[in-house]
Design a protein around this ligand. Structure first.
Ligand code: ZN
Length: 360
């Protein structure tokens, strides 16, 4: 436990605080005077005692999901209520699916394309079923206990910066009053690659629909690793260009902070994460789950690995690829919002401790 306390990263620390201090303290009815339990098994023991006494009213996951979905805005942020964070209850906890799209166009010829018709149908489903589309910053605020997110939260992300974002996607999202995250690789914009947006278009879509974030400068596949022919200094200089330049220019062009990265190809290393956090001052980063969903992919596993909870590492936020081959029913399978798991069972607590200790 001491080791966990020494981890020092805010989200882990708060998770620790939540599981080991707030929760048992609240069960005892007085957060200030409750003794801090010394071990996980002590918490489980107390929890079981409370259960037997039936002191605690348990909210059901269905009740949590039934809450009306609405957009969280900065002005609505309130000090968090730890007991409802992540909708953690006796049945399990909330999970947040994060989708990644690339180009949305009429013909959807490449495997990573999605047709406008399919995309519209997916957004209509989210709207009809009361989903709330949150931003990277809002999800981060929930991880660090600054704000709560709606029970039916989902994050829509778009990589690279294709022109279809301003031509098609912007209007569709605006129609449904949705928000999304756009990860731009800036060489495509600076060098005026034909299929990509202009600075004016990026600025325009950033005003009310898209949160603009970084996706590196060149979209190179080997950003996480030093090349054999490179000295360490050359590698660090390369990283300055890949990670600092896009942050600066995107902030300058949109007038808004850029604090999250989508790793090109979803690839990262421990060294890259340390530099992102400590040197380049990013708050978090998004990866990609390789297989995607649909024909030939194991949808069940992809969904499990593509979802994120309140104890997710902010530098390993997992995304589910929505591809040309993703059927409508597979899209719906991706929208799992609650993980059933007996959090107060000793094994689960051990598993959480192991998860946390893996994170530096
Ligand atoms: Zn990309």
């Amino acid at each position: 436990m001491q080791r966990l306390l020494a981890v020092g990263k805010p989200s882990k620390y708060y998770f620790f605080l939540f599981i080991f201090i707030y929760f048992p303290a609240m069960l005892l009815g007085c957060a200030r005077t409750a003794k801090t339990p010394s071990t996980a098994s002590e918490i489980v023991r107390r929890r079981r005692e409370e259960r037997e006494k039936k002191v605690v009213e348990k909210p059901s996951p269905k009740a949590a999901e039934a809450q009306p979905a609405k957009q969280v805005t900065a002005t609505e942020s309130q000090p968090p209520d730890p007991i409802t964070l992540g909708f953690l209850n006796e049945e399990g906890y909330q999970i947040v699916p994060v989708m990644v799209y690339h180009d949305i166009n009429k013909d959807a010829q490449r495997s990573t394309d999605v047709s406008v018709n399919d995309f519209y149908e997916q957004m209509q489903y989210l709207y009809d079923n009361g989903y709330a589309t949150i931003t990277a910053q809002e999800f981060y605020d929930s991880l660090t206990l600054k704000a709560k997110i709606p029970a039916k939260s989902v994050i829509l992300t778009f990589d690279d910066g294709y022109k279809s974002i301003s031509n098609e996607v912007y209007n569709i999202l605006k129609k449904f009053n949705f928000h999304a995250v756009l990860f731009i690789y800036t060489d495509a914009i600076v060098n005026h690659y034909g299929a990509y947006m202009t600075w004016d278009e990026i600025k325009q879509v950033s005003q009310d629909v898209f949160e603009i974030q970084a996706h590196s400068k060149t979209h190179a596949a080997d950003i996480p690793w030093q090349r054999p022919e490179e000295t360490e200094k050359e590698y660090l200089d390369r990283l300055d260009k890949e990670l600092l330049f896009p942050k600066k220019i995107l902030e300058e062009k949109t007038g808004k902070p850029v604090e999250f990265l989508a790793y090109p190809y979803g690839s990262y290393s421990d060294q890259l994460i340390n530099l992102l956090r400590d040197k380049y001052k990013y708050k978090g980063a998004f990866t990609v789950i390789g297989a995607g969903v649909g024909e030939g992919a194991d949808s069940k596993d992809t969904v499990a690995f593509g979802s994120n909870s309140f104890f997710t590492d902010p530098f390993k936020i997992r995304r589910i690829q929505i591809l040309k081959k993703t059927s409508f029913s597979d899209f719906i399978k991706c929208l799992q919002l609650f993980k059933q798991e007996d959090v107060f069972d000793g094994k689960t607590l051990e598993k959480f401790e192991a998860e946390i200790s893996k994170l530096k």
